[in-house]
Write a protein of this length. Structure first.
Length: 209
């Protein structure tokens, strides 16, 4: 995984007022997120902000370059717009537009949570949706709030056959990844937690009279 990209670090520092900004590799660049909501991309060492009402008004005065990437050799234009040199030099305006991009992304994510069923998420089948319902996790919003580990523990409490694959599936469902496409660092962290949890459960069962 790429690390210490200077534009990633510059963006995190200059937009820190938005909250804890995290980055992950995507489309050959980086997605910037706050609480897992993507509001910006960094592509070829340039920052692009998600389209929003405030950015639309700003863009009407100063035409910003849209983000274009190639999919199967064909150019695809995304609703993200490049932060140019002039905007970088105006930290107050940049923060204002970035906050607007984040709000727009959050509003879209919230609306999707309302309409989505659990089985519509990556990796989740109707069977797993029904299992989650049985342990009190009846919505996408609730799954995201509880998180993959606690959700897995709830499932494991009623079905001891639930294993690592389900844990990875839950994490991917929450983060929007196919289970096989989870970043290696996340997979390793979950695997370590999974082994530790199994050992704790085994020790607890051994102590039972």
């Amino acid at each position: 995984m790429k690390r210490n990209n200077p534009v990633v670090e510059q963006s995190k520092a200059q937009l820190a007022a938005l909250g804890k900004i995290e980055s992950r590799t995507q489309f050959g660049g980086y997605a910037l997120t706050v609480e897992k909501v993507v509001f910006a991309y960094i592509n070829e060492d340039a920052l692009y902000l998600r389209a929003s009402e405030a950015l639309h008004h700003y863009n009407a005065k100063r035409s910003l370059e849209p983000l274009v990437y190639r999919k199967r050799g064909m150019p695809v234009t995304l609703s993200y717009f490049k932060v140019d040199k002039l905007l970088w030099q105006d930290p107050e305006q940049l923060l204002h537009l970035s906050a607007s991009s984040l709000r727009a992304a959050q509003d879209e994510a919230a609306s999707k949570l309302v309409s989505l069923r659990l089985k519509d998420l990556p990796n989740l089948s109707l069977r797993l949706e029904l299992m989650l319902h049985k342990v009190g996790i009846s919505s996408v919003r609730l799954l995201c709030e509880i998180g993959s580990r606690q959700s897995w523990l709830k499932l494991r409490a009623v079905n001891k056959h639930i294993g690592l694959k389900t844990l990875l599936a839950l994490e991917g469902a929450i983060s929007g990844h196919h289970e096989a496409a989870l970043p290696s660092a996340i997979r390793e962290e979950l695997y370590a937690w999974y082994l530790k949890t199994l050992r704790q459960h085994a020790a607890a069962e051994h102590l039972q009279p």
